[in-house]
Design a protein around this ligand. Sequence first.
Ligand code: DQA
Length: 148
Amino acid sequence: ATLTVLNGPNLNMLGVREPGLYGSKTLQDIQHSVERLAQSLGHTLDFWQSNAEHEIVERIHQAYRQGVDFIIINPAAFTHTSVAIRDALLATKIAFIEVHLSNVHAREPFRRHSYFSDIAVGVICGLGANGYELAVQAAHQLLQERTQ
Ligand code: DQA
């Protein structure tokens, strides 16, 4: 199957950005490990990051046109603000898992609300970079169940 991993604003700064919260791995490190995992499970995975809301909306539309089977998304700060990205996911009806490196429930109160969690298949947060790999594994199982 084809999987798309979407990363929102400031995630290009991983490794440098608040390592106590987000870990020392770079986004490229995460990309390499999830690409390797997806490949070993027989999937094609596209890993992508943008700091711009409209680009993420357009990337979701593109995923729809390309027939992408599953999305893994860390919307970053847009988690707490973006009706537009929520609406793009609703419009395309592509199943997705929401991932956060940090435990958003143990931080500032404004991070507790997500525009995505109620429409996500599942949410993974607080497990660092490993959360992306867990999401790929979960997507793999869900896609297998779909074809059974
Ligand atoms: C984040 C959590 C968000 O609250 C924050 O704005 C981010 C990263 C995470 O992965 O923990 O940029 O999505």
